[in-house]
Design a binder for this molecule. Structure first.
Ligand code: ATP
Ligand code: MG
Length: 370
């Protein structure tokens, strides 16, 4: 569709997209590129100048606008809460409009508070008594209240700090795993788009579609210089997030437990460093073998082991990050309980990256590993 505002501004120009069911589609692009206009055409807050939107094959203009909007939750920046209503009543708004009894609507609202990670003790507060991140959660809960199949989200997390924002993103992915909504999510942040999107539509100024692809494909094959520039300079590193780490060959010989005796150490001291773990096997840090001859370990003297990765769960990017963060150049692999299962060198990770690139260029595709 196309949207031309009365003053002649072309906000959206012949945009054509097929938005997949039960997945998150992200619209991303610079300010003024028509993201909000596009989103609002979906719930008919804005009418297109040309073209149409089909929902499950049916033109959205064929149903009453109120029915349409009730099938679509809508979340905006700063949550847009009703300031004179309690948190519980904010969330219960749409069920009440749908004629649910007050009790049933409030019960549903309380359930949703838990679902979005809000303590129900906040139910009787007013929006101004909540933090920005908590208010955003209320906004999400309110949009989900009548269990609509579609969720439209317009920069819902952009007014909060990076830590809270990451929490909200993780929460949205978790909720989406449970509920399987069809979500259209607007952001101008490419990292957020890559993290959340099953499909990402990159728009350029003037409301033109630059590329519509899964995140891994955007990173590996940007359609043009605009998309490449928008993805930023570290596209190669970020692409590694989509390569699984499970194929990495781990070495176990430099692992050593803190209660090991000196004789044991001597037999294994062929590596320049040994990884010292606590008696449960959780990594503490690296040491040069000859510094451990007394059998005791001075934890203060250990060298940082970087952030460990879980093979198969974490991506090659996490593994590489661990190796780069540690002065020894080795990344530490741990199991789900945080116990060291082996180590892997930068060289081995580098080889795995080259192999992954070869697989992709030979058309085997990229397996997503968030
Ligand atoms: N009611 C309106 N009348 C005229 N022009 C408008 C109107 N609403 C938006 N526009 C223009 O349409 C273009 C797209 O606006 P839109 O709000 O969709 O962009 P956006 O991608 O959401 O931007 P941002 O990232 O800043 O929110 C802009 O040039 C904007 O100035
Ligand atoms: Mg906008």
């Amino acid at each position: 569709m196309t949207k031309r505002y009365p003053d002649g501004t072309v906000a959206v120009d012949r945009l054509s997209l097929e938005i997949p069911d039960r997945a998150i589609t992200v619209l991303v692009g610079p300010s003024g590129c028509g993201k909000t206009t596009t989103l609002r055409m979906i719930n008919r807050m804005v009418e297109p100048s040309e073209g149409s939107i089909l929902l499950d094959g049916m033109d959205i203009r064929q149903q009453p606008v109120n029915t349409l909007r009730r099938s679509m939750g809508y979340v905006i920046q700063n949550a847009g809460l009703f300031q004179h209503r309690t948190i519980l009543d904010n969330i219960a708004t749409v069920p009440r409009l749908l004629g649910w009894t007050r009790q049933k609507a409030r019960q549903r609202a309380a359930e949703l508070m838990e679902r979005v990670g809000l303590d129900t003790s906040l139910a009787k507060r007013y929006p101004y008594q909540l933090s920005g991140g908590q208010q955003q959660r209320v906004g999400v809960a309110r949009a989900l209240a009548a269990d609509p199949p579609v969720l439209l989200m317009d920069e819902p997390f952009s007014a909060v700090d990076p830590v809270v924002r990451k929490g909200l993103q993780d929460e949205l992915l978790r909720i989406q795993d449970e509920l399987g909504k069809t979500i259209v999510f607007v952001t101008h942040d490419i990292d957020e788009a890559i993290k959340l999107g099953t499909m990402v539509a990159v728009l350029r100024t003037g409301g033109r579609l630059a590329q519509f692809a899964p995140p891994a494909e955007l990173l590996s094959a940007p359609a043009d210089a605009f998309v490449e520039d928008f993805l930023g300079a570290d596209r190669g590193i970020r692409r590694l997030s989509f390569f699984p780490s499970e194929g990495l060959e781990l070495q176990t010989s430099p692992l050593i437990a803190i209660d090991a005796d000196a004789a044991q150490l001597a037999g294994r001291a062929d590596a320049p460093y040994v990884l010292v773990t606590d008696p449960d096997g959780r990594p503490l840090g690296w040491s040069e073998p000859d510094r451990l001859t007394a059998g005791a370990v001075d934890r203060e003297q250990l060298i940082d082991h970087g952030r460990p990765f879980v093979p198969g769960t974490d991506s090659l990017r996490t593994a590489l990050d661990g190796a780069v963060l540690s002065p020894t150049g080795w990344a530490v692999a741990v199991d789900g309980d945080g116990r060291a299962v082996g180590v892997v060198s930068q060289q081995v990770i580098g080889e795995a990256i080259r192999a992954a690139h070869r697989r992709v260029t030979h058309g085997a595709g990229v397996e997503a590993a968030r």
